[in-house]
Design a protein around this ligand. Structure first.
Ligand code: COA
Length: 186
């Protein structure tokens, strides 16, 4: 009989510069296959350190999931300042032990909502052709997949922001910022 992994709903909040050490720890926890799927190739510690250093810069909105009170998964919305009308890119990573429990799906939902609230009209997710799980999640969230030889681009058109979507994100963000501060000060 196949074992069914129970789905969970972990706390998810926006990450801030004081979360950078936890972001680095998360990336270093990713095994070789996950790094390959996430970054499209084998990447070492030096690359991950540089990437974690730049991830929380202006023009990005990064979310983290804390299923056991530790940062175990990250959803990135990047490139917000690069173009108008706004195009952005999304990327996701979930540590092996926490995969297949609904965390990636929850982060995709969160990143799409953040894109909606920032007027993003095209959201791209790039993944490897063999990454069926990411493609499944993208299609589940109404993305159109474009297949290339060495990558698949998932393109989404988030709806326009509404007063409700803005209020929901920014009240949650204030609470998340307080949690980040408390964690940082601890
Ligand atoms: C892709 C990734 C973010 C998904 O996160 P996750 O927490 O494991 O995903 P979830 O548990 O939320 O959802 C997985 C979904 O894919 C489905 N799935 C699992 N394996 C699958 C496969 N081989 N083919 C198709 N669908 C698959 C599950 O049934 C589930 O579907 P459902 O939501 O309709 O029930 C995670 O696996 C990961 O970090 N992978 C490595 C990095 C990566 O690939 N990043 C994406 C490129 S930027």
């Amino acid at each position: 009989m196949t074992e069914v992994t129970p789905q969970i709903t972990p706390p998810i909040r926006r990450l801030w510069p004081m979360d950078q050490p936890a972001v680095l720890k998360h990336f270093l926890n990713l095994d070789r296959d996950i790094r390959h799927m996430r970054f499209g190739g084998g990447v070492g510690e030096g690359f991950l350190r540089d990437y974690a250093d730049g991830i929380l810069k202006v023009g990005s909105v990064i979310f983290g999931a804390f299923p056991d009170n530790e940062l175990r998964a990250v959803g990135e919305l990047r490139g917000l300042l690069d173009a108008w009308p706004v195009k952005a890119e999304a990327a996701f990573s979930v540590e092996r032990a926490w995969q297949d429990r609904g965390i990636g799906d929850a982060l995709v939902t969160r990143v799409i909502a953040a894109a909606q609230n920032r007027g993003v009209n095209t959201l791209n997710m790039i993944c490897l052709p063999e990454n069926r799980k990411m493609q499944h999640l993208a299609v589940k969230h109404d993305a159109v997949l474009q297949l290339d030889v060495d990558e698949v681009e998932a393109r989404l058109t988030p709806p326009w922001p509404t007063p409700g979507s803005l209020a929901e994100e920014f009240s949650g963000e204030a609470q998340g910022f307080t949690q980040a501060l408390l964690r940082w000060a601890a």
